[in-house]
Each structure stands twice: as structure tokens, then as C-alpha cells.
Design a protein around this ligand. Structure first.
Ligand SMILES: C[S@@+](CC[C@H](N)C(=O)[O-])C[C@H]1O[C@@H](n2cnc3c(N)ncnc32)[C@H](O)[C@@H]1O
Length: 270
């Protein structure tokens, strides 16, 4: 993996209003919980702090992460490193997250090496790949809720992706990305890291289907899902139960990468 200097240009934000999913509008649990108190994504900052921590521990190499960590999460990092015992990188959750990040990094690296020049990170949070994998001719897009993107843009280094604001509960990612400049006639890699567990199966299927339908052949998707409750060791299952209702936020997951298909798996098209 290479870290390249960033091309200095102002990031762009595109707001997309198109292709609403009206029948599920208003069903978003996160939005309902925070009605009237819009906040940046807590889970995205949490994952960011973990990446920064794993970088300090020498497990990951994400020098951009620390720059975007908000003060409360910087305090969390300090706590994890110092008191009462320094945390170890080998905890199941932390090691799982490190594996997840490395796996997605490898997908991005491979896609770029094979000539894919459009990378769309959906539910991007504080993803740093637009900076870490910046390459000539490669355009990154990041889609997320506006509140998180605005916070990210205040913290992130110059350059980076084209920001596309959309709410996946009510909008389809495919046309939103197209409105943001993604060229549907050229292959793209779509990344959905740590996202599907915040949406219903119905929404995930529709988003994956729309992306398949409106993307060029040779496009790729990389996505992970929370494991079903019956898998893993007894200790894993106990830990998942204890963490409920936060279990859905688990970073242990099964990941999959697919290429756009015309006929097989027609329900979602990948
Ligand atoms: C756990 S974070 C993962 C962030 C990033 N992919 C990572 O792995 O570091 C989940 C992300 O999904 C985004 N997200 C959740 N619901 C969303 C929605 N309805 N529309 C757009 N983004 C959403 C959150 O704002 C958050 O940034």
C-alpha cells in the first residue's frame, strides 16, 4: 500500500434529491432517535478512533485518521493507551476491525492496479482512502449523511473525494453518485464498509440492486454484513449478546466482493 501526496483542490459537495424511496421515508431509526438533534455519526467517529489507535500500535498504517479524530474520541484513545492497563491490539473486536480495514484496502489497491478509476465509498464516515490511495486519474466519491460530511470536511486534510450527500433510507445511492459526477459508463468500485447493519435488508437489497443496474460492466462491489447470531464461538456469541443492542455495530463481519453480473444472483445483480 502506498501513501501518496494529495492533489490540492477544494472538495466538492453535491446534494442529491433524486430517486426517493417514499414508502420508507421517515423509517430511519437513527434519524428518529436524533430528531431535532442532528449529530455527526458517533459510530463513524468510533471506527475512526480505532483506526488511529491501531495505527499508533503499528497494526494499521492510516496517518490521516488521527487528523480527523474529534476531542472526545482523542480522549478515548488516550484512555485506551494508558489507563488502567494499555489496551492490546489483539482483542477480538479490534483485531476484527484491523482485518476489515486491511481487506478493504486490498480491494481498493487491486481495483486501482487493474485500471478502475472511480471509487465510491458509500456510508463513508471518516474513511481516509481518498487521501491514502490518491492516484493520478483516480476519482474518489464519498456518500454519507450531510451532518457527518460537514463535520468531516472541517477536520479532513485538503483534497480528497467528491462529497455526495444522501440519506440511504430515502434516496438511492446510484443516481446520487451519478449526480455527483460518477460516470456510469466506466467501471467503478463501490465500497460499503460497516454500513449494512444500519439499514434494513429491504433497503440494502434495493441499494445493491440499483448500483448493479446502473453501473458499467467490470464494476465491483465490496460489502460486509454482521454475522448471523448463531455463528462464531460460544464466547463470540456471548460477547455479541452482551453488546446488544449495540451488537449491530460489531466490526466483526463477513465480507464479500462481487463483480457486476447480468444473470446470476438477479435479485441484487452482483
Ligand atoms: C459505522 S460507520 C462506518 C463508516 C466507515 N465506512 C468506516 O468503516 O469507517 C457507518 C456510516 O454509515 C453512515 N450512514 C448510516 N446510515 C446512513 C444513511 N441512512 N444514509 C447515509 N449514510 C448513512 C453513517 O453516517 C456512518 O458514517
Amino acid at each position: 500500500m502506498t501513501t501518496r501526496p494529495t492533489e490540492l483542490r477544494r472538495p466538492r459537495t453535491v446534494r442529491s434529491e433524486s430517486y426517493p424511496y417514499p414508502e420508507i421515508a421517515g423509517a430511519a431509526p437513527e434519524r428518529a432517535i436524533w430528531a431535532g438533534v442532528a449529530k455527526r455519526s458517533r459510530t463513524a467517529q468510533g471506527v475512526l478512533a480505532e483506526r488511529a489507535l491501531l495505527t499508533e500500535m503499528g497494526v494499521l498504517s492510516d496517518p490521516v485518521a488521527r487528523k480527523m479524530v474529534a476531542p472526545p474520541w482523542a480522549a478515548f484513545m488516550w484512555f485506551m493507551r494508558h489507563w488502567p492497563f494499555p489496551t492490546k491490539p489483539g482483542s477480538v473486536t479490534r483485531a476484527g476491525l484491523a482485518a476489515r480495514v486491511s481487506w478493504y484496502d486490498a480491494q481498493v489497491q487491486r481495483a486501482i492496479e487493474t485500471g478502475v478509476q472511480q471509487i465510491a465509498v458509500i456510508g463513508a464516515g471518516y474513511d481516509s482512502r481518498a487521501w491514502r490511495f490518491a492516484s493520478s486519474g483516480v476519482q474518489f466519491y464519498e456518500l454519507d449523511l450531510g451532518i457527518t460530511q460537514r463535520d468531516k470536511r472541517r477536520r479532513a486534510p485538503a483534497g480528497g473525494p467528491t462529497f455526495v450527500e444522501a440519506d440511504l433510507w430515502t434516496q438511492s445511492a446510484a443516481p446520487a453518485l451519478r449526480d455527483g459526477g460518477l460516470d456510469r459508463s466506466r467501471a467503478a468500485l463501490f465500497i460499503l464498509e460497516g454500513l449494512t447493519m444500519y439499514l434494513t435488508e429491504d433497503v440494502v437489497r434495493r441499494q445493491l440492486g440499483d448500483l448493479a443496474e446502473s453501473s458499467a460492466s467490470k464494476s465491483l462491489i465490496a460489502v460486509d454484513f454482521s454475522p448471523p447470531p448463531e455463528v462464531g464461538t460460544a464466547q463470540d456469541r456471548r460477547r455479541m449478546r452482551l453488546r446488544a443492542p449495540a451488537a449491530a455495530k460489531s466490526s466483526s463481519c463477513s465480507s464479500t466482493v462481487g463483480e457486476r453480473q447480468r444473470s446470476s444472483r438477479p435479485r441484487v445483480g452482483w
